[in-house]
Design a protein. Structure first.
Length: 512
C-alpha cells in the first residue's frame, strides 16, 4: 500500500468501527458469585461465542466470562471477510506442514463459511450475510509466479480457486487469484444473536467479569473479580491467552492494522480484495442504512518498531483510497491488532501439555473470522466427542521444525528488540518537554519510565510506562489516544485503566 497525498480536505470520521457504530451495546449481568457449569469460556469474541453455542446445543451448561462487553474486542473491529483465502498461504502450508495438514486447514475454514450460512438460514439471523468472491491481487509483475503457484496449491487442496487477470476493481492489476463462494457479513449482528441464544436455560453470558487466574486441576477453577467458576473444562478464548501455561508470549506476536469506511461515488466493486503489497491493502463493501460503503485499509505493522505514528497510518489508508476510488467522505475509522503465530497456523486445542482440561484458540494471523469459527467448532468437538477431523494441524502442542524454528528465533529477537529498544528510548528521553494536548510521551522520573499524556482539555496524566503483563514499555497511540503495549497488544486509557489484555492490571498512577 503506498501513501500518496490526501488531496481533499478530510472530514471528521466517527472514530469507531462500523460494526460497533451500527449495533447497540449489550447489557449482560456480571457473574453474581460462585458458579458450577460444565464448561467455562473466557472471552466473548468469535471463538468464545462459537464454542459456547455449539456446546450448549450439545447439552452442556456453559458460562461465557467477558471482561468488558461481548464482541467489542478484536472481533468488533475486524474487516469481516468470511473466506478461506488467507493471502498467499496454501503453497507455503503444503511445503511446511505437508499436503494433509494444509487440507485440514483449508477444509476447516471453508466449513466455517457454510456453518455461518446454515445458522443464518435456520435461525433467521439478519446479519447482512451474502456470498461473494474473494480476490488476492497484485499490482506488481514480479508476483505473478507466486500467484500461479498459490492457485495450483489451493486447487489441489480442493479450494474453489482460479487465476485471473481481471477483477471488478476500478484499477488495473497484474494478476489475481479468485476464490468463489466466499462470504461477507456483519460480525456483531451475527454474534450478538449467538450470545442471546447462549444466555438462558442454565447457560449464561457474564459481562464486566474479568478472569484473573485458572487452577487447571482435574476440575478446573476460574477465579474472576466477581467469584469463582468451577467447571469440567475451560476454554481460554481471550485473544491473547491471559493464562499462559503454553509459552504463547513467545509463540504469537501482535500485528496492528487500520481501516476506514468511506462513501464513494457509485457502487463499491463486487467482491472482497486483498493485495500482495507490503503492507497489504484490504477492500470490501458493506451495507449501511440502505447504501454500500467501501471498507478500505491496511498499513499493517508490528507495533513497537520504528515507523509512522498511528495518525499517519490512517492518512496513508485514506491516500490509498483516494488514489483508487472517487472518495466523497470518510465515515468511520478504526484499528485493531491480531496475533500472528510463529509458524503461520493458529493454536487451537489443549492449551499446554500439562493442562488437560484447559483449551485455547488463538493466533489467527488476521484471519480469525473463519479461523475463529473453525476454532470454536474444533474446541466444542474435542470437548464433546474427544476428536475433530481438523484438530491435528491446529494442535497447540505441535512442533513443525521446518516452519517454527527460524520463525521462533526471529520472533523472539523481535520481542527482545522491542524490549531493549524501549529501554534505550527511555534512557535517552529527557523529562524536559511535556506533551501537547492529544499527545503522549515516555519520560524518566527518578529513574523510572513514566507515560505522560495530556488530554484535549489540557489535563496531564502520568502513569507507569511499564506494562504489567510482562514489563514491556507502552507507546502512545496518537489516533486512538491510548497507551499500547507493543509486546502482546495490551491497551490502556490515558489514566492507566486497562482497556484490553492480556494485562490484567492498570498502569499504576505516577502523578503523585
Ligand atoms: C484490522 C484487522 C482486520 C481483520 N479482518 C479480518 C477479516 O476480514 N477476516 C478474517 O477472517 N479475520 C480478520 N481479522 C482477524 C479477526 O478479526 C480476529 O482473528 C478475530 O476477531 C479474533 O477473535 P477472538 O475471539 O480470538 O478475539 P476477541 O474478539 O478479541 O475476543 C476475546 C475476548 O476476550 C475478552 N477477554 C480478554 N481477556 C479477558 C479476561 N482476562 N477475562 C475475561 N474476558 C477477557 C476480550 O474482552 C474479548 O472480548 C482481522 C484482524 C485485524 C487486526
Ligand atoms: S508485555 Fe505483554 S502485553 Fe505488555
Amino acid at each position: 500500500m503506498n501513501g500518496g497525498d490526501v488531496t481533499e480536505e478530510a472530514g471528521e470520521p466517527v472514530p469507531e468501527s462500523l460494526w460497533l457504530a451500527t449495533t447497540s451495546s449489550t447489557e449482560y449481568e456480571p457473574l453474581p458469585g460462585d458458579r458450577r457449569v460444565d464448561t467455562a469460556i473466557v472471552g466473548g469474541g468469535i471463538v468464545g461465542l462459537t464454542a459456547a453455542i455449539r456446546l450448549k446445543e450439545a447439552g452442556h451448561e456453559v458460562a461465557v466470562i467477558e471482561t468488558g462487553r461481548v464482541v467489542e474486542g478484536v472481533t468488533g473491529h475486524t474487516t469481516a471477510k468470511l473466506t478461506s483465502q488467507h493471502g498467499l498461504r496454501y503453497d507455503r502450508l503444503c511445503s511446511t506442514f505437508g499436503r494433509e495438514y494444509a487440507r485440514q486447514y483449508a477444509t476447516a475454514n471453508e466449513a466455517a463459511i457454510d456453518a455461518v450460512e446454515r445458522r443464518v438460514e435456520e435461525d433467521g439471523i439478519e446479519c447482512d450475510f451474502r456470498r461473494t468472491e474473494a480476490y488476492v491481487y497484485t499490482e506488481s509483475r514480479s508476483d505473478g509466479s507466486d500467484l500461479l503457484d498459490e492457485t495450483r496449491a489451493a486447487r489441489r487442496l480442493g479450494l474453489p480457486a482460479s487465476y485471473t487477470e481481471t477483477t471488478p476493481l476500478p484499477f488495473d492489476v497484474e494478476g489475481a487469484i479468485r476464490f468463489d463462494e466466499q462470504a461477507e457479513f456483519h460480525p456483531r449482528k451475527y454474534l450478538l444473536a449467538l450470545a442471546a441464544a447462549v444466555d438462558g436455560d442454565g447457560s449464561s453470558v457474564f459481562e464486566t467479569t474479568r478472569a484473573l487466574d485458572i487452577d487447571p486441576g482435574r476440575q478446573p477453577r476460574v477465579t474472576t473479580d466477581r467469584g469463582v467458576v468451577v467447571a469440567d473444562q475451560v476454554i481460554v478464548a481471550s485473544h491473547f491467552p491471559f493464562f499462559d501455561r503454553g509459552g504463547y508470549f513467545a509463540r504469537v506476536h501482535p500485528k496492528r492494522a487500520y481501516l476506514l469506511a468511506v462513501r464513494i461515488s457509485g457502487e463499491p466493486p463486487e467482491g472482497m480484495f486483498y493485495s500482495t503489497a507490503t503492507p497489504p491493502a484490504t477492500i470490501r463493501g458493506a451495507p449501511v442504512d440502505g447504501e454500500r460503503l467501501l471498507i478500505v485499509g491496511g498499513q499493517g505493522h508490528e507495533p513497537g518498531l520504528d515507523g509512522p505514528a498511528t495518525s499517519e497510518r490512517y492518512r496513508r489508508c485514506e491516500a490509498f483510497a483516494r488514489e483508487r476510488f472517487e472518495v466523497e467522505s470518510v465515515e468511520y475509522r478504526w484499528s485493531t491488532h491480531d496475533l500472528s503465530p510463529v509458524d503461520g497456523v493458529p493454536f487451537v486445542g489443549r492449551l499446554g501439555p500439562t493442562t488437560r482440561n484447559v483449551y485455547v484458540g488463538t493466533g489467527f494471523d488476521g484471519w480469525g473470522m473463519t479461523g475463529g469459527i473453525a476454532a470454536g467448532t474444533i474446541l466444542a468437538d474435542l470437548i464433546v466427542n474427544g476428536s475433530s477431523p481438523w484438530a491435528d494441524v491446529f494442535d497447540p502442542n505441535r512442533f513443525t521444525p521446518a516452519a517454527s524454528a527460524k520463525a521462533l528465533v526471529e520472533d523472539n529477537a523481535l520481542v527482545a528488540a522491542r524490549f531493549l529498544g524501549d529501554r534505550i528510548r527511555t534512557a535517552l528521553a529527557g523529562s524536559g518537554t511535556l506533551p501537547s494536548p492529544g499527545e503522549g510521551t515516555v519520560v524518566r522520573q527518578g529513574g523510572k519510565p513514566v507515560a505522560v499524556s495530556r488530554g484535549e482539555d489540557g489535563e496531564l496524566h502520568a502513569v507507569s510506562a511499564v506494562c504489567p503483563h510482562m514489563w514491556c514499555l507502552v507507546e502512545w497511540n496518537d489516533a486512538e489516544r491510548t497507551w499500547d503495549c507493543p509486546c502482546h497488544g495490551s491497551r490502556f486509557d490515558p489514566d492507566g485503566t486497562v482497556r484490553s489484555g492480556p494485562a490484567l492490571e492498570d498502569l499504576t498512577d505516577r502523578s503523585g
